[in-house]
Ligand binder design. Structure first.
Ligand SMILES: O=C(O)CCC(=O)C(=O)O
Ligand SMILES: [Fe+2]
Length: 684
């Protein structure tokens, strides 16, 4: 590592204390030169790849020697010539003047071009040119979506006459502030992103045993006020059923006046709380939140186990709900003003309110936490579904006036218990719109300046998951917890393509960086031109027939060597905002949640990381990510034996991330108000 004050010695390609006069070129010129050179290289490679894919499908007598043109005879030769003329046309389109060929001459006899073709074949590796793989390599949906986002951002930024690196219209500081705000919201033990959540369950008759997401009508029985007899009611009250309407009225009249705690005392004050109550000693209900997975959902979101995991283990924790009261808030003026519930014990973490199906108007529940607000307005569907909300104990909340009907709720105190049994991940029934994060993200995406041309948002998972285990594919994203679950389901509900993917923790390619930065520094000092070097991950992209798009895909998936060092150099010499190179910085993401593997073969110690990644851990390089949280929980990704002075084991680690492809502003879905509904977090 270089410390402050050290400098780079051009001649010896090392950093030392010597100083080095004035620079002939600026960082901006360096960047421009590199971009131009990489763009040209990508354009040429795009033309060559498209040609090679065509060539591969033409029968050739010179077995497998793709570039031995004498092996193509008869019809094959016709096809070859056709492919060649297309190659020529493509090169003339993308790189006019490059070929310097007289019209009519044969492009395949051009030395410069055949050399480039041979280089390209070598680079791709002869194996990958074998029929089955080259050009048709199956591409994961996630990779495709991120590549598309990158390409579209690149096109839109260049067509607006700005360079890639200039800040988007939202000023850089405003953008950073938004991201910071988002980051604070989702990290930390009691992240604001998850202070409350809610959902709904529909009602059905004659359900098969084992139904978890639909509830039968709810039966309630209670003792009369004077204890003389038992009454029963069924909710919802069906329209024409006079009898059940009377039963509901009976329930309301059998309630006692609800009190509330003020200091040490429990008092009655209809200005502050106007409601009826039944204590659990007086009633029974057929409803239990555990039967409908409500408790599991709440547990996954509000009570994940923080930082208490050993590697590769499933989190165990459990949430218990204790029935506290049945309450009725009736029109025209039932209400409960702002208050915080009194925790019943140290292990209580929150409250659960379940609103039984009974028609009413008004009665909105508002929950607040550190300046964030979530509303639960249940009136619209109050007659037909069960609706619920859960929130942390320290949240202030209130119920606005019920203007008509009866708002019947069951309230529960939520406790955490030390151990439970590991739960199998499943679909979550929480409505993302009820999550505090929903509003924040929706508002952010509604700003034209926020990622105006689209972009990629990266969030490191804040909980530990066995993301490199053999069960990882089944576990995630369904088993996401707390803030991670909130981020993922809110993004999805806002129409943003999000995926849980591993990101490689990198060791630096110091040798490569050193050589590459030497070239860059010589350019700065003397204006000496050079060929930028880069890593290519994945080695082969699916060859696009859309030439424009394909070369851009190649360009953006190439990682420039020397980026890290040149940024450091610029920073030390205060040359300019090293952010100019920021958009070339990026990370390697697994194409899916790979299972940890060990390769028994011996490899060269000094081999570039990209080679190891291409061989062991199918990945994609994604530059210019906007990270909004720090990496926390790493797991081993892959290991291999490396041959150096002594053989050693080289291990790479990865972290689980949620990666989101944010479309450009004009392509974002306007957020329609949707019904509170089920969110599938199983991928689609
Ligand atoms: O019914 C509700 O929505 C909340 C009730 C409540 O806040 C309470 O009982 O403490
Ligand atoms: Fe309350």
């Amino acid at each position: 590592m270089e410390s402050e004050g050290e400098h780079y010695d051009f001649e010896r390609n090392v950093w030392d204390e010597d100083d080095y006069g004035t620079l002939k070129m600026s960082m901006a010129e360096l960047k421009q030169f590199i971009t131009k050179s990489m763009v040209e290289k990508s354009k040429l490679d795009a033309c060559l790849d498209i040609f090679l894919v065509e060539l591969r499908d033409i029968p050739n007598e010179a077995d497998n020697k793709l570039l031995d043109f004498s092996g193509y005879t008869g019809k094959s030769n016709d096809k070859l010539q056709h492919a060649a003329s297309k190659l020529r046309e493509n090169i003339d389109t993308l790189l006019p003047g490059f070929l310097e060929l007289p019209t009519g001459s044969n492009i395949l006899e051009n030395e410069k071009l055949t050399e480039k073709l041979r280089d390209r074949v070598d680079r791709l590796g002869r194996d990958s040119l074998s029929k089955s793989e080259f050009g048709t390599q199956s591409f994961h949906a996630a990779q495709k979506s991120f590549l598309d986002t990158l390409v579209s951002r690149y096109c839109r930024q260049s067509s607006h006459g700005r360079t890639n690196s200039e800040p988007a219209p939202l000023s850089e500081s405003a953008f950073d502030k938004s991201c910071q705000q988002l980051g604070q919201f989702i990290s930390g033990e009691k992240a604001s992103a998850t202070f409350a959540c809610g959902g709904s369950v529909s009602i059905g008759d004659n359900l098969p045993p084992g139904t978890h997401d639909v509830s039968p009508p709810v039966r309630i029985s209670w003792t009369a006020k004077d204890g003389s007899c038992e009454h029963k009611a069924m909710l919802p009250v069906s329209g024409s059923n006079q009898l059940s309407a009377e039963q509901l009225a009976q329930l309301v009249s059998d309630c006692e006046v609800a009190r509330f705690g003020k200091g040490e005392k429990e008092i009655v004050d209809p200005e502050y709380r106007k409601a009826g109550k039944l204590d659990p000693t007086r009633f029974l209900s057929s409803f239990h939140p555990a039967n409908l997975q409500i408790l599991d959902d709440v547990e996954q979101l509000l009570a994940p186990n923080f930082n208490s995991l050993t590697e590769n283990q499933l989190p165990f924790r459990s949430l218990k709900a204790e029935l506290y009261k049945l309450n009725v808030y009736s029109g025209p003026d039932g209400l409960f003003r702002k208050h915080v519930d009194t925790p019943r014990s140290k292990t209580q973490i929150g409250s659960l309110v379940v609103c039984l199906p009974s028609a009413f108007k008004g009665g909105r529940l508002t929950v607040r936490h550190h300046g964030n607000v979530v509303d639960f307005d249940w009136s619209a569907r109050s007659d037909s579904v069960i609706q619920w909300a859960a929130f942390y104990s320290d949240c202030e909340h209130e119920i606005k006036e019920v203007t008509e009907g009866h708002r019947v709720t069951l309230t529960y105190n939520l406790f955490v218990t030390d151990s439970g049994c590991g739960s199998i991940p499943r679909n979550v029934n929480i409505d993302p719109k009820t999550l505090p994060l929903y509003q924040l993200l929706r508002d952010l995406l509604a700003k034209p300046g926020f990622m105006k041309e689209g972009g990629i948002l990266g969030v490191h998972c804040s909980h530990a998951y066995p993301h490199a285990s053999s069960q990882a594919q089944e576990l995630l994203p369904r088993g996401l917890e707390g803030a991670d679950l909130a981020v993922y389901s809110v993004l999805k509900s806002l129409g943003i393509d999000a995926h849980v993917l591993p990101v490689l923790r990198e060791k630096h390619d110091d040798d490569l960086e050193e050589v590459a930065v030497g070239d860059m520094l010589r350019f700065l000092r003397d204006g000496e031109e050079f060929e930028p070097t880069f890593a290519q991950i994945p080695q082969i992209l699916p060859v696009e027939s859309d030439l424009e798009k394909y070369w851009k895909m190649l360009y953006l998936s190439r990682r420039l060597h020397g980026t890290r060092k040149i940024m450091q150099f610029a920073k030390e010499r205060k040359l300019m905002d090293p952010g100019l190179f920021q958009d070339r910085k990026g990370n390697y993401f697994g194409t899916e949640l790979h299972r940890y593997s060990v390769d028994q073969h011996m490899f060269d110690m000094g081999e570039p990381i990209s080679e190891a990644v291409n061989r062991h851990w199918p990945a994609q390089f994604i530059p210019g990510i906007t990270w909004i949280s720090e990496p926390l929980n790493k797991e081993m990704a892959f290991s291999y034996l490396a041959e150096g002075n002594e053989p050693s084991i080289n291990t790479f680690y990865s972290c689980a991330t949620i990666l989101a492809a944010v479309p450009p502003f004009d392509q974002r879905q306007p957020t329609r108000e949707r019904d509170a509904g089920k969110v599938h977090t199983d991928g689609e």
